[in-house]
Design a protein around this ligand. Structure first.
Ligand SMILES: *Cc1c(COP(=O)(O)O)cnc(C)c1O
Length: 435
């Protein structure tokens, strides 16, 4: 299968090129040339299949032409070493818990899949001697998912750049304590400085001759497409309960990679009636739905900070998927936007009334269903992270001292190792040239 750029000014790319390069030459996002519908009997019997079986069928439709069945199966099975259960919150609203992976957030799925797929391409090339270096700038969550997804993967070294003093202690320990093939670089600057250093490194000829560099951000097809797996599995779980008709899926959205994968699923025939994109105060997509105008603006800081995005990178994919038709987008997707006060109120009320503790992102998803579900519909919201990842915020809201899961505690016991770096590119380059 070939991949085209959403800007239509770049040559078609193979899967390998799309994964290794990330972004097309014209700065567009890669899209698969075709989206294969899955057969009716797959959906008829989906409730009898395991998560791995379901995911492999979906993966085969995307990647089966380019990766041999045995290899693809191994990549999929290895990615889904943890469960994504659907649990009831109210009679009509269910939570799809995507926080049972190593860093307790949904990005673990795509990061792990991408690591394994990249490893497959390195081996296939017979390039085992040459290390591929992944550079990733993070404001917190992406760095931990990528670092843990790539941890221990032969032939790949990951450099995580993060702003000194700007990420929470819980976030920091998830990528600074790993060792092995993961190096944390603590930049004396802000997130934008980290991103600038990474971009400058990709542009630097001398550096690129010295070492093979690649990126692992959410625009990569290998990171966003595998997120479709758990939408199919959520449907299967709802079907087992007899609640899959008129299913509404609500996705707390920032860069729109997660919801985009779900929309691909719908195009493949997954019987989801409609989607809701839940935003925090960063309401660019919500405004687009109302007006038909896409107007990016600087992001504002909120308590659901993984959705603090002012120019969602995957909007281009959503737009392309619907033939650039505002009407067709509105037919499938509605929106919602919530202030920090409303997010806090939701966390508190849901906890008091049901005992279920949402994280600030999932709370946007729950609230949008609470307000938007119609007669006869069931709703599933994506609980994108474990509430303990936002312990300070959540503790204050519900006035408690919530438990930290063992997985997170284990990170916190580790020893921090990081490389101090100024925000000057020359210093970063000198460092990399010595590696
Ligand atoms: C990344 C992230 C989101 C937003 O996902 P997008 O794919 O960028 O829309 C939501 N919640 C959490 C916890 C995240 O880490």
């Amino acid at each position: 299968m070939l991949y085209y750029s959403t800007n239509k000014q770049a040559p078609l790319a193979t899967l390998e090129k799309a994964v290794v390069k990330g972004l097309a030459e014209d700065k567009g996002l890669y899209m698969p040339e075709r989206i294969k519908p899955l057969p009716k009997d797959f959906f008829d019997n989906i409730q009898d299949l395991t998560f791995q079986q379901i995911a492999y069928t979906v993966a085969d439709a995307f990647f089966g032409e380019d990766v041999p069945a045995d290899d693809l199966k191994r990549i999929v099975y290895d990615t889904l070493a943890f469960d994504c259960p659907v649990v009831p919150v109210t009679e009509k609203i269910y939570s799809l818990e995507l926080f049972h992976g190593p860093t307790l957030a949904f990005k673990d799925v795509g990061a792990r899949f991408m690591a394994r797929l990249l490893q497959y391409f390195i081996k296939k090339e017979g390039n085992e001697g040459q290390t591929v270096n992944v550079l990733v700038a993070t404001s917190g969550d992406t760095g931990s998912a990528v670092a843990n997804g790539f941890l221990g993967v032969d032939g790949i070294h990951v450099y995580v750049l993060y702003p000194k003093g700007k990420v929470s202690a819980i976030q920091e320990c998830q990528f600074t304590t790993l060792g092995q093939n993961i190096t944390a670089i603590e930049v004396d600057g802000v997130f934008d400085d980290c991103q600038r250093l990474v971009k400058a490194a990709f542009m630097d000829q001398q550096l690129n001759q010295h070492m093979k560099l690649t990126s692992a951000n959410s625009i990569n097809v290998a990171r966003f497409l595998p997120q479709a797996f758990y939408y199919f599995n959520a449907y299967a779980q709802m079907k087992r309960m007899g609640k899959a008709d008129n299913l509404v899926v609500c996705v707390p959205s920032g860069n729109f990679g997660n919801i985009c994968a779900g929309l691909f699923g719908k195009k493949m025939g997954l019987p989801i009636k409609r989607f809701i994109a839940a935003n925090n105060a960063n309401d660019i997509f919500f405004q687009f739905l109302q007006t038909g105008q896409y107007c990016p603006k600087p992001s504002v800081q909120t308590i659901a900070n993984a959705m603090d995005v002012g120019d969602p990178s995957n909007f281009a994919r959503v737009y392309e998927l619907y033939g650039k038709s505002h009407q067709q987008i509105c037919d499938d997707i509605s929106g919602a936007t919530y202030s920090d006060e409303l997010i806090a109120q939701t966390i508190q009320q849901v906890y008091k009334q049901t005992g279920y503790l949402c994280d600030p992102h999932g709370a946007c998803g729950f609230q949008a269903l609470q307000e938007g579900l119609k007669e006869g519909e069931y709703g599933v919201f994506l609980e994108t992270a474990h509430p303990a990842k936002f312990k300070q915020t959540v503790d204050k809201i519900i006035n408690a001292d919530i438990d930290i899961p063992e997985k997170l505690q284990a990170f916190m016991k580790g020893t921090k190792q990081s490389v101090d770096m100024t925000k000057e590119f020359e210093d970063f380059k000198t460092y990399l040239m010595q590696q």
